[in-house]
Design a binder for this molecule. Structure first.
Ligand SMILES: [Zn+2]
Length: 225
């Protein structure tokens, strides 16, 4: 089976699906799209830029190897970190031939309920591209951070919309692959030094990874959980 995992940034695949990808790579062909170059991935402005983008690309490739994924099957589209939402139509045009070449059975992409603008944009781009490429793939989304109720009306409205349209969730047990997931994220050295305890706890202590069913043509549960 051919599986395409879409990341807005180099490392989203480890954080959100490292265990699932390690599990799936045993018996499937995995492809990755990275939409942005991660050039802003430092709290210090002097560390940001071309050099960091290059480091993150290398780290991503090393991380993929740990997950059992061939780095040659990764597409680095290198849109500027933080600005993907400005390039939606361009990125749809780039994603269409990739989808047609791979012809994936399953596509994972970030939920369009993501508050992070790059994650939101990556989800929107993929929904459009899959539609335009006329690919009949099972589609699963993931949320780095679930929408929450807030004093900010816009954020609360997003939360309500999410709750109402809540998709069916699939939980993948990754207990056996937690070590591999942790090994893979350790390759993202430039990033883990800035991860706080809450982040590590959320992404690296859980025995499950959760995905939402956006569209399903087959028995997804059998395929991925
Ligand atoms: Zn990200």
């Amino acid at each position: 089976m051919k599986i395409l995992y879409v990341s807005a940034h180099p490392d989203d695949e480890c954080d959100n699906a490292g265990g699932t990808l390690a599990k799936l790579s045993k018996h499937n062909d995995i492809y990755i799209i990275y939409f942005t170059d991660g050039r802003l991935g430092s709290p210090y402005p002097e560390e940001r830029g071309d050099k960091l983008a290059l480091i993150r690309k290398k780290e991503a490739m090393e991380g993929l190897k740990v997950l059992g994924i061939d780095p040659n099957k990764a597409y680095f589209l290198e849109y500027p970190d933080g600005e993907l939402s400005k390039f939606i139509s361009d990125a749809v045009k780039k994603a269409i031939p990739i989808l047609q070449n791979i012809s994936p059975n399953v596509v994972f992409y970030p939920s369009t309920f993501e508050a992070h603008p790059d994650h939101w944009a990556a989800g929107k781009i993929m929904k459009e591209a899959i539609h335009e490429a006329r690919i009949q793939a099972d589609q699963l989304s993931y949320l780095n951070w679930e929408p929450k109720i807030s004093r900010n009306l816009k954020i609360t409205l997003r939360y309500l919309e999410w709750k109402i349209s809540m998709k069916k969730a699939i939980y993948v047990n990754i207990e056996e692959f937690m070590d591999v997931k942790f090994e893979a994220i350790k390759k993202h050295e430039s990033q883990i030094k800035y991860f706080d305890d809450q982040y590590m706890e959320k992404f690296f202590k859980s025995k499950y990874e959760r995905f939402y069913v956006e569209k399903s043509y087959s028995n997804l549960k059998e395929i991925i959980s």
